[in-house]
Design a protein around this ligand. Structure first.
Ligand SMILES: *[C@@H]1O[C@H](CO)[C@@H](O)[C@H](O)[C@H]1NC(C)=O
Ligand SMILES: *[C@@H]1O[C@H](CO)[C@@H](O)[C@H](O)[C@H]1NC(C)=O
Ligand SMILES: [Mg+2]
Length: 261
């Protein structure tokens, strides 16, 4: 058990470091946890506690990384810990996927979110003019980056995807990206190794007023109504995993960059 974990993680980290390194013009950083002192108004405690609060959904509806934690989040995202944390999620998901058998009728699916789950926008957030700071939260600039189609795969998740395909599951991508981004998204997914999927569901103009939870729950309901069984659901946002029809198991990958309600 331990040795298979180590082998799996060794394979994951070798492959995923190169995946996620592509396009990120930075060295891998060691994580230096930083205590928030002056300026820390969110919790009055450490940035590590802030990040844990974010991952557990105890801290909700936040808009920006606290200024005092920008350096901490940058180091986390560009460092080994983010990759290890993603690999641990992937490992748990693969163990679960192996513990059940797809029925063989092509109806057992895994739902994958795209941004910060399948594709990483880290090269954008790490850019020197953005640097994990308030300037990153510019919808026009983010959209321009997305339309370049250069996002690398999220570490670990690409390998989870490949394992699932090998095990006989179908993958459905369900994203808040909009229909007009279908072509670039398809191209980007293909370029980094996601080569097949049952469906790529993008947000339609008619759904633009819906919250992420309502939109995603509605689409998952439709999938189940058309006979699919959602055995797994992978996302970086709680809004990917909460709501209805969320699947037999959910898996959350880390994302201390932004919060979508
Ligand atoms: C947002 O990004 C756009 C496109 O890169 C840029 O032209 C604009 O100045 C930015 N806005 C702010 C407030 O920084
Ligand atoms: C998934 O959940 C449904 C509904 O609760 C249940 O009937 C089914 O057995 C579960 N499947 C697995 C693989 O656990
Ligand atoms: Mg996402």
């Amino acid at each position: 058990m331990i040795s298979s974990l180590l082998v799996f993680l060794a394979i994951l980290s070798a492959a995923s470091l190169s995946d996620a390194g592509a396009g990120v013009p930075h060295q891998i950083h060691h994580l230096r946890p930083r205590s928030g002192s002056g300026g820390q108004r969110i919790l009055g405690v450490s940035c590590l506690s802030w990040r844990l609060g974010v991952e557990t959904n105890n801290i909700r509806d936040w808009k920006l990384v606290p200024e005092v934690c920008e350096g901490y989040v940058g180091n986390y995202m560009l460092g080994h810990q983010y990759r290890k944390d993603c690999n641990a999620v992937a490992y748990a998901a693969v163990q679960y996927a192996k513990s059940i058998k797809p029925a063989g009728d092509g109806k057992d699916i895994w739902v994958f979110d795209i941004d910060e789950t399948s594709l990483s926008n880290l090269p954008y957030f790490a850019r020197s003019d953005v640097a994990f700071g308030a300037k990153a939260y510019n919808a026009t600039a983010i959209n321009e980056w997305v339309m370049e189609g250069k996002a690398p795969a999220v570490p670990g998740v690409i390998l989870l995807y490949k394992q699932l395909v090998k095990l006989g599951y179908k993958v459905v991508f369900l994203t808040g990206r909009t229909e007009n981004q279908r072509q670039i998204t398809t191209q980007n997914l293909n370029n980094v190794g996601y080569h097949s999927w049952e469906n790529l569901i993008l947000k339609q103009t008619s759904e633009s007023g819906k919250t992420a939870v309502a939109y995603k729950s509605g689409r998952r309901k439709e999938l189940e109504e058309s006979g699919y069984r959602i055995v797994g659901n992978v996302g970086d946002q709680w809004s990917d995993l909460l709501g209805s029809h969320s699947g037999n198991r959910t898996f959350k990958v880390p994302d201390p960059l932004y919060y979508i309600s």
